[in-house]
Ligand binder design. Structure first.
Ligand SMILES: C[S@@+](CC[C@H](N)C(=O)[O-])C[C@H]1O[C@@H](n2cnc3c(N)ncnc32)[C@H](O)[C@@H]1O
Length: 323
């Protein structure tokens, strides 16, 4: 049986990427890379659907134990081949990482201290789990903490002169837009979202379940559509309730270069005329106008306020370096 070199290469790349985060996915990815039978099976899928994250999630959805040796993945791919294939075709990988709030809140709190209650507009909101900064406590060791919400604690290690908030930002309104909004009340959608968390990441899974419970008490209104198209309407609605803040994390990378530039221009205009404040949290190459040539270590995001960099952050919110 023929090996597909391209599939091998992509699964080997994924194994390097997963190193340190999931021994199970490293073993599964290397197993697939060397397995001609699984290559033949994957060849029946469109290239965009052959990605390890989606294939592994679908196998776990259909009963693959994890962490477990590669033989367990292969067993499920063989025994439940059609069902796994259908899940891969029907579903997508889409994350929502509430841990990022630990890095966004110092900026939200600073804006609220200047402008009063915030109207939060999240573009690329997924399930909208990051729309509840007022429902969590925060720890920023060793810089300080913010308590009193009665909710779960989110932690980000701090370096630099982090402006530790003394009170939670008041949120007057919250809403957002996503190409594919996930409804926190939909058990199946939330089970799939939880299933996408990697096997060994128990803390992340716990945090996600807590965040779903928080959002379910007051489900967010998330419009289905493209962020650029829906933004003006959302800003108008938000402005009726409080000071509009447009924010996003790990979203603009999904836009092509023209759309990134158009979004940057739109936000720059909205900030310049005083319509909104803008909080961005993206990889360093995604919005070069915000990164402003900073030297950013691998794996870090640039946190921007109104188009200027204010901090470097861990991609999942585990740490923040104030600039
Ligand atoms: C990696 S997720 C990040 C979700 C959330 N911001 C977070 O930090 O957890 C990216 C999200 O952006 C959404 N997205 C991508 N392109 C979009 C667009 N053009 N308009 C609206 N949403 C978009 C995706 O559907 C997905 O939910």
């Amino acid at each position: 049986m023929q090996m597909d070199g391209d599939i091998s290469e992509r699964y080997r790349d994924f194994a390097s990427y997963a190193e340190g985060d999931s021994d199970c996915f490293v073993e599964w990815a290397l197993g697939v890379a060397d397995d001609p039978e699984v290559h033949a099976w994957l060849s029946g899928l469109p290239r965009g659907k052959q990605q390890p994250n989606l294939v592994f999630a679908a196998a776990r959805w259909h009963g693959a134990e994890s962490p477990a040796p590669y033989a367990e993945l292969k067993r499920v791919l063989q025994e439940h081949s059609e069902a796994v294939m259908a899940t891969i075709r029907d579903r997508a990988t889409q994350t929502n990482e509430v841990g990022r709030l630990a890095t966004l809140v110092p900026v939200f709190a600073g804006i609220a201290a200047e402008s009063g209650p915030l109207s939060l507009i999240e573009v690329g909101a997924s399930a909208g789990l990051c729309l509840y900064p007022d429902r969590y406590d925060y720890a920023w060791p060793p810089a300080g903490a913010l308590e009193g919400s009665g909710g779960p604690t989110l932690t980000a290690a701090a370096t630099g002169q982090l402006p530790v908030p003394t009170r939670h930002p008041l949120i007057a309104w919250r809403g957002g837009v996503d190409l594919n909004p996930l409804d926190v009340r939909d058990e199946d959608a939330m089970a799939w979202l939880t299933n996408l968390v990697w096997p060994e990441q128990d803390d992340r899974r716990t945090r996600l379940r807590e965040a779903i419970a928080v959002a379910r008490r007051e489900p967010p209104g998330i419009v289905q559509g493209d962020l650029q198209a829906e933004l003006p309407g959302l800003v108008r609605r938000a402005a009726e309730h409080g000071s509009p803040v447009v924010f996003h994390s790990a979203v603009i990378a999904y836009l092509d270069d023209d759309a990134r530039r158009a979004f940057h221009d739109t936000m720059t205009e909205l900030v310049a005329d005083g319509t909104v404040r803008w909080v961005s949290n993206e990889g360093p190459r995604v919005l070069p106008g915000v990164t402003q040539g900073l030297d950013v270590p691998a794996g870090r995001f640039v946190l921007g306020l109104d188009g200027r960099p204010v901090a470097l952050t861990h991609g999942h919110g585990h740490s923040i370096t104030w600039l």
